[in-house]
Design a binder for this molecule. Structure first.
Ligand code: CO8
Length: 256
């Protein structure tokens, strides 16, 4: 499900579960975590690119798997996501997200763990969770406002709307937008440019910048997991996720 390919001093990590638009289930999250550790241990890798196979980057956490969770299990699933995503974010080398398609929910949150985000013109971003009866659970409530500012993050999370790549560029969610066929070439060229610079200076620069964005992040993610888990005790979460799995119309929310 998670592929890792080395090209000289750079590596490409591909999320590959195309039959479910690369939705992250528990097994994929465990593999993502262990792959991040593999990258961390390989001192030849100087820059990592993350992308998705097929028409999606990552269409979120796996809704079919989350559907029946209770509050405690929901919180545990959120923490499993945090473990994998924090392992990616905490890599000492720079990470580039090459967002080739849908980056929704956990997919947008994974892109937010990267240091630089490039997108295809076909990419779409969003945090659809409030329409599914839950909060973002893989860091979106904390990393999105740190990236695009509080009010844009509020708008995206509270409306659950999807935005296209050009709007993502406008609000600073991505740094560049390219034609689909150019995306990987541009990502590889950028990774090689970074990899050609002095490795210690590159790592130390990342580490210094991360002190600015990472202040109090661990505590804030713990709070997000509490809020996320609590949603799994509601009927709205059960009904909305059941409707997605059944391909039925979204239910009217009751607040219960
Ligand atoms: N989970 C599980 N399966 C999915 C998901 C998903 N997130 N997204 C797509 N799939 C599956 C579909 O069920 C479908 O399966 P099948 O072929 O067996 O019916 C297959 O992928 C293809 O999908 P579609 O037929 O729907 O493709 P479309 O091109 O018509 O639509 C969309 C593409 C718009 C991306 C649509 O698939 C969609 O809306 N997906 C859900 C997006 C979403 O809501 N993501 C957020 C999920 S919640 C989340 O990520 C919370 C993160 C925090 C979790 C914390 C841990 C608990």
């Amino acid at each position: 499900m998670i592929k890792l390919e080395k090209q000289g001093n750079i590596a490409i990590l591909t999320i590959s579960r195309p039959e479910a638009l690369n939705a992250l289930n528990s097994a994929a999250l465990d593999e993502l975590y262990s792959t991040a550790l593999t990258v961390r241990r390989d001192s030849d890798i100087r820059c990592l690119i993350i992308t998705g196979e097929g028409k999606a980057f990552v269409a979120g956490a796996d809704i079919a798997e989350m559907q029946g969770l209770n509050a405690e299990e929901g919180r545990a699933f959120g923490l499993k996501g945090h473990r994998a995503f924090c392992a990616v974010e905490a890599l000492p080398i720079p990470v580039i997200a090459a967002v080739n398609g849908f980056a929704l929910g956990g997919g947008c949150e994974l892109a937010l763990c990267a240091d630089i985000r490039l997108a295809s013109e076909k990419a779409k971003f969003g945090q659809p969770e409030t329409g599914l009866g839950i909060t973002p659970g893989f860091g979106g409530t904390q990393r999105l406002p740190r990236t695009v500012g509080v009010s844009k993050a509020m708008e995206l999370i509270l409306t659950a709307k999807m935005i296209k790549a050009d709007e993502a560029l406008e609000i600073g969610l991505v740094d560049h937008v390219y034609a689909p066929e150019q995306l990987m070439d541009e990502a590889i060229a950028l990774a090689n440019t970074i990899a050609a610079n002095a490795p210690v200076a590159v790592r130390n620069s990342k580490s210094a910048i991360r002190r600015f964005t990472g202040a109090a992040l661990a505590w804030d993610l713990g709070f997000e997991a509490d809020m996320f888990g609590a949603c799994f005790a509601t009927e709205d979460q059960k009904n909305a996720m059941q409707a997605f799995v059944d391909k039925a119309e979204k239910p009217a929310f009751t607040g219960k």
